[in-house]
Design a protein around this ligand. Structure first.
Ligand SMILES: [Zn+2]
Length: 277
């Protein structure tokens, strides 16, 4: 116990073995609860180890973020599954590609901080903005689907089934902005961000989530199941039928869109921070 405590520093984070051990325990626990596929748990352990090693604030923010998106996905799970079955590309168990699309840029920022050897606020700004954008986007879908209301496609303006990419609802939009603000507040409260720069991260996170929605509407590939006569994101529909390409860029799936979301948030936060410096 005392060894574990002495290995921990609030400024530099835990030592490498402690960081890897703690991240692995959390990832395995989340995998056993059904949050990850095995590849996703491995990727999450890597991202978590890097974040914890970069500092207690980086690791702490990642853990709070993960708890928040997990809570969002568990709220009314049965009701949401019934609404989105056959629509969304992947279910609640995240694989390595999804973990990287959501957490890769945050891990990159943590790595840059580690390599610099100092707690540069600018790395925390763009890293936090990327993760907050992913959280805001995920929560918008999860809570929007849970609360209900009719989502409308940004592309056509027409009502679409819950869980469809590139669609917005009132509940989803409120959840998205609320999550961006809440996650930013957490990052400030635990000391990852300077309080004077909270708005840079909040604005960038909302921007990333909006980019995600617009890109999801305009360029993400759209598919159609001829048997069920329904739109879907799945290549092989839940009914067993191979679906047809109906529009958008064939190679651009939901994971690539999530990477665009986090990258655009990071880029805006970095740009704003550079302008203010
Ligand atoms: Zn079908």
């Amino acid at each position: 116990m005392s060894a574990a405590i002495s290995a921990w520093s609030i400024v530099t984070g835990p030592s490498t073995p402690v960081a890897i051990g703690l991240a692995t325990v959390i990832a395995v626990a989340a995998w056993s609860k059904g949050s990850f596929r095995p590849s996703g748990a491995i990727a999450a352990a890597v991202v978590g180890s890097i974040a914890l090693r970069a500092g207690a604030t980086w690791g702490g923010f990642l853990i709070v973020w993960f708890a928040w998106v997990t809570l969002g996905s568990r709220l009314g799970r049965a009701r949401k599954a019934a609404r989105t079955v056959g629509i969304v590309e992947k279910g609640g168990q995240r694989d390595a590609t999804q973990v990287t699309a959501n957490g890769g840029i945050f891990a990159l920022a943590a790595t840059v901080t580690l390599l610099r050897g100092d707690l540069s606020a600018d790395d925390a700004l763009w890293g936090t903005a990327a993760l907050a954008a992913a959280g805001a986007d995920t929560t918008a879908t999860e809570i929007g689907t849970w609360i209900g209301g009719t989502p409308r496609s940004v592309r056509t303006g027409r009502p679409v089934p819950a869980g469809t990419s590139g669609a917005v609802s009132v509940a989803g939009s409120v959840s998205m902005v609320g999550s961006a603000l809440g996650l930013t507040a957490v990052a400030v409260a635990i000391g990852l961000l300077p309080a004077s720069r909270w708005w840079v991260v909040a604005v960038a996170a909302v921007f990333g989530a909006v980019v995600d929605t617009v890109a999801g509407a305009l360029v993400q590939q759209r598919r159609w199941c001829p048997s069920c006569e329904t739109a879907t994101e799945q290549a092989l529909h839940t009914c067993g039928t191979n679906t047809q390409h109906r529009g958008g860029w064939r190679w651009l799936g939901n994971d690539a869109i999530n990477l665009v979301c986090t990258a655009s948030a990071a880029f805006l936060a970095w740009g704003l921070a550079s302008l203010l410096a």
